[in-house]
Ligand binder design. Structure first.
Ligand code: GZL
Length: 356
């Protein structure tokens, strides 16, 4: 029974008593006023109404991958800045790109009674089942950000991140566009992929292969022209150098992020070839660095991947803290793509409006 109802009952009984008293005095000659003994008003202590959580009550354990790229730096800033804006407590953990560090941190957050929300940017697609089950037992809200994982969906509230498969398909469509000026039998594309095991790399590779056939691009793996660049410039440059030593019969290259595309561009130029003319380059993330190479024309297209996920992720976590489990198990990020053909001036203006 809510407090207000209890109060109404008390008032009704009180009023009844008063009315009774009135009627008794109004209808009978004055004698010793009858003692009206109202039944005791039972005011059971009102049950505590369910607590309504606000951001001030939110204590987050955030397990980040590391600081491997411009995208990641923007993603980290999004969580740190938004935490300040909303007044929530953020315990930030940088796993230095080591899965074992993520597991250790997850376990520690599970054991921390002050933490009520755990946010994970998963380095890998597997390996989290035990800590996810531990979190469920401990009553923590778990939200996946950026990367999906292969775990039972009952072990987390929701996943907020990109459709990497769709991004991979955009890679293929952009590369087919880039190769329009090349003979049909000269559509050999090298792939510098993201970190092995990362959902972003797995799904971008899958999406690319789903659509590369639209313009006769052979599978880079079948050409022995697919290798991880581990999201970074130096390693990706070395990979592209090795590809070019193996064969000059390469007309395109996709980098699973901007750093990998930039590493490929550096290698292409050092081999005396012209990126954007001899070899067409497509990257991903659409960071400020990626935009520089779109503006110079050395990168043909940059597939956007939105790192500014914190507002959506924190909002989802607050819903879950308040028992609202209405979100779907995946909330895809909204993102587009950019092309050198938009022109240096237009791209420079767009860059001015972007936060990363
Ligand atoms: C994509 C993200 C990837 C970026 C890379 O959502 O997971 O990880 O594309 C980053 O830059 O390292």
């Amino acid at each position: 029974m809510t407090k207000s109802r209890t109060l109404r009952i008390a008032m009704t009984v009180g009023v009844t008593v008063a009315l009774a008293a009135c009627s008794s005095t109004a209808t009978t000659a004055p004698t010793t006023a009858p003692v009206v003994t109202a039944p005791p008003v039972v005011t059971a202590a009102p049950p505590t109404a369910a607590k309504v959580y606000t951001y001030a009550d939110m204590v987050v354990g955030f397990i980040q991958t590391g600081s491997e790229s411009g995208w990641r730096a923007a993603n980290t800033s999004s969580f740190q800045e938004t935490a300040k804006e909303k007044g929530l407590k953020l315990n930030f953990y940088d796993a230095q790109n080591k899965l074992e560090n993520q597991i250790t941190a997850f376990h520690q957050f599970n054991q921390d009674p002050t933490v009520n929300v755990i946010i994970l940017a998963a380095l890998d697609v597997t390996g989290y089942d035990d800590v996810l089950k531990e979190a469920k037992t401990a009553g923590k809200v778990v939200v996946l950000e950026d990367r999906r994982i292969n775990a039972d969906a009952s072990l987390y509230y929701t996943y907020i991140g990109s459709d990497f498969d769709a991004e991979g398909q955009k890679f293929a469509a952009a590369m087919c566009d880039a190769l329009k000026g090349f003979p049909a039998d000269k559509h050999n594309v090298a792939e510098i992929s993201g970190a092995v095991g990362a959902s972003a790399a797995i799904d971008r590779a899958k999406g690319f292969r789903e659509k590369m056939g639209d313009c006769g691009i052979p599978d880079p793996t079948s050409l022995n022209l697919s290798q991880t660049g581990n999201w970074g410039v130096p390693e990706s440059k070395a990979v592209m150098e090795a590809f070019l030593k193996k064969t000059k019969n390469i007309q395109g290259v996709i980098g699973h992020n901007d750093e990998e595309a930039i590493g490929a561009i550096q290698a292409i130029k050092e081999a005396g070839l012209k990126p954007g003319k001899d070899i067409m380059v497509v990257g991903a993330d659409a960071t400020a660095d990626g935009f520089k190479y779109l503006i110079s024309g050395e990168m043909f297209a940059d597939i956007e991947c939105n790192p500014l996920l914190a507002p959506q992720v924190y909002e989802a976590a607050l819903k879950a803290l308040n028992g609202d489990l209405s979100l779907p198990k995946w909330v895809p990020s909204q993102e587009g793509q950019f092309f050198a053909s938009q022109g240096a001036a237009a791209l420079t203006d767009i860059l001015k409006t972007r936060k990363y």
